[in-house]
Design a protein around this ligand. Structure first.
Ligand SMILES: *[C@@H]1O[C@H](CO)[C@@H](O)[C@H](O)[C@H]1NC(C)=O
Ligand SMILES: *[C@@H]1O[C@H](CO)[C@@H](O)[C@H](O)[C@H]1NC(C)=O
Ligand SMILES: *[C@@H]1O[C@H](CO)[C@@H](O)[C@H](O)[C@H]1NC(C)=O
Ligand SMILES: *[C@@H]1O[C@H](CO)[C@@H](O)[C@H](O)[C@H]1NC(C)=O
Ligand SMILES: *[C@@H]1O[C@H](CO)[C@@H](O)[C@H](O)[C@H]1NC(C)=O
Ligand SMILES: *[C@@H]1O[C@H](CO)[C@@H](O)[C@H](O)[C@H]1NC(C)=O
Length: 447
């Protein structure tokens, strides 16, 4: 049952995987000065060649995790998933966990790859860490979570050890498409609790890990946006979507798309549900058909079905982004797509996370902040806060959301040249990583 359909791992992917690091030749042999050719100074990246057990084999085992979803359906289109419908160009049933695969595919078309690690400013590890973690989180290795990563480290140390030794791993980076919390179980925890210990291993302290959510204190990881379902292949598709979102009639003041909130203990999701179910319908609607809408996403029904929540999000002015099991949500990035102004209830949900992609000082311009304690324990009504924001200001915020949106999407691999002129979440993540590695070198030199 390990055979996977050819659609899952298209030949092009396999070919590219074998011929990684060949792009430099393309660039160096290009004799015509071309303004679209990247300036690679300080931007060279070497893709570390890893045995397939660290990446491709993990994908072919997609149906082998009985306690987890079978994730084979999310592999097509180089990890973007199936298209939402046959004629869709930009919309896919994307699973967040596939970001490791998606990122790898994009890395293969990064313009400044070098086969020579000595010339590289950074070394990318194409290890699908979150997928490999499944066997520790849900599978046979649940009692060995302190082992996660040791096999990789042994490989890096033994195979061509010079590459690691050059900067003691400070120039290495990888993507881990889950919250850092899932990889930071303290070593020697007995009995074992949730998570692997990958990020707690001293072996990896020097490596930059790009996660979907970082821990509260500064550590070796950096949060990057969750992948949404929108992956436009060209500038025209991106721009026509932005026009649609801008024109969309906003008939609801606020929307919550998500699950939870049914427990008896007070929490922000429960407060939202209560407020939405009981708001005073005789209150002035200020031009809205309704003040609050809930899209029930319980049991993961929305996860691979963007139509379910994108339509309502396009029709709401504000999208509530309460913390759940962890502070961050993919839905935050869905609301950017919809031009729906995000409402945050704690800084850990975005502001202290995605600093590379969404500048901290701009939050007041594109989002609303309502401390969750005020709502849960002091009776502050979200509706009252949002009703108090003048229409003109809401419109300005929406414009800002749409202006920032291209920075938090992952465009489709092999997208058109025009679209490549706009920095997307991948481009910004790579830029941030190079910058961080540069400053790490300075710190290490000073030590
Ligand atoms: C390329 O970038 C480097 C550093 O950012 C800069 O010093 C150099 O002038 C640039 N070269 C060209 C041809 O733009
Ligand atoms: C894939 O699954 C097989 C059978 O369960 C297992 O023996 C193998 O180690 C797995 N490979 C990886 C890379 O997880
Ligand atoms: C969509 O494509 C699939 C596979 O190519 C095909 O089987 C199906 O009939 C198509 N559906 C529609 C509505 O065209
Ligand atoms: C993990 O350890 C617990 C407690 O010792 C044990 O009950 C369980 O069977 C172990 N699980 C596996 C998969 O070995
Ligand atoms: C991490 O970097 C420090 C120097 O900053 C070095 O002493 C240490 O050995 C490195 N760790 C590994 C696992 O290479
Ligand atoms: C509902 O709103 C109306 C108009 O603002 C107000 O007169 C009425 O007292 C409110 N009812 C409740 C139960 O809050």
């Amino acid at each position: 049952m390990v055979s996977i359909p050819s659609i899952v791992l298209p030949t092009i992917f396999l070919l590219l995987l074998q011929s990684t690091n060949s792009h430099q030749n393309l660039i160096l042999s290009n004799s015509d000065p071309d303004p679209t050719v990247a300036n690679c100074t300080h931007r060279w990246i070497h893709i570390r060649r890893l045995p397939s057990r660290f990446n491709l084999d993990l994908l072919s085992n997609c149906s082998q995790y009985p306690l987890f979803d079978n994730f084979c359906p999310y592999l097509p289109n180089n990890g973007l998933g199936q298209k939402t419908h046959n004629r869709s160009h930009s919309w896919f049933r994307t699973d967040s966990l596939m970001l490791e695969f998606i990122f790898h595919r994009r890395m293969l078309e990064y313009p400044c790859l070098t086969p020579n690690p000595d010339l590289a400013d950074a070394v990318y590890l194409p290890y699908f860490a979150g997928i490999d973690a499944l066997r520790y989180l849900y599978g046979p290795n649940v009692n060995a979570s302190a082992d996660h990563g040791l096999d990789l480290f042994d490989f890096l140390k033994d195979d061509n050890p010079r590459i690691w030794a050059r900067h003691a791993g400070h120039d290495h980076f990888l993507v881990m498409a889950r919250p850092a919390w899932d990889f930071s179980q303290p070593l020697g925890h007995d009995p074992p609790t949730w998570g692997t210990s990958f990020l707690e291993l001293p072996e990896f302290f020097n490596v930059t890990a790009l996660t979907l959510e970082a821990r509260a204190w500064p550590w070796q990881e950096q949060a990057i946006p969750y992948p949404t379902s929108f992956h436009p292949p060209s500038l025209a598709f991106l721009e026509s979507w932005i026009r649609r979102a801008r024109r969309s009639r906003r008939s609801a003041l606020m929307l919550f798309a998500g699950g939870g909130g049914f427990s008896a203990t007070p929490n922000i999701r429960r407060s939202i549900r209560t407020e939405c179910e009981n708001y005073n319908a005789t209150q002035t609607l200020d031009g809205y058909a309704k003040l609050c809408e809930v899209v029930d996403c319980s049991n993961g029904v929305c996860e691979h079905d963007p139509v379910r929540y994108m339509r309502p999000m396009l029709q709401a002015s504000f999208c509530l982004q309460p913390p759940g099991d962890t502070p961050t949500r993919r839905s935050t990035f869905d609301s950017f797509l919809a031009g729906c102004v995000p409402v945050f209830f704690e800084d850990m949900s975005a502001k202290s996370q995605y600093k590379w992609h969404l500048p901290e000082e701009m939050y007041g311009k594109f989002s609303v902040f309502i401390p969750k304690e005020e709502v849960v324990f002091k009776g502050l009504r979200i509706l009252d806060v949002l009703m108090g924001i003048p229409r003109a200001r809401v419109k300005m915020m929406r414009e800002k959301v749409l202006e920032l949106m291209p920075r938090v999407i992952y465009r489709r691999h092999e997208s058109s040249l025009g679209l490549k002129t706009k920095k997307d979440a991948f481009d910004i993540a790579v830029e941030g990583t190079l910058q961080r590695i540069k400053s790490r070198h300075k710190e290490v030199a000073v030590e």
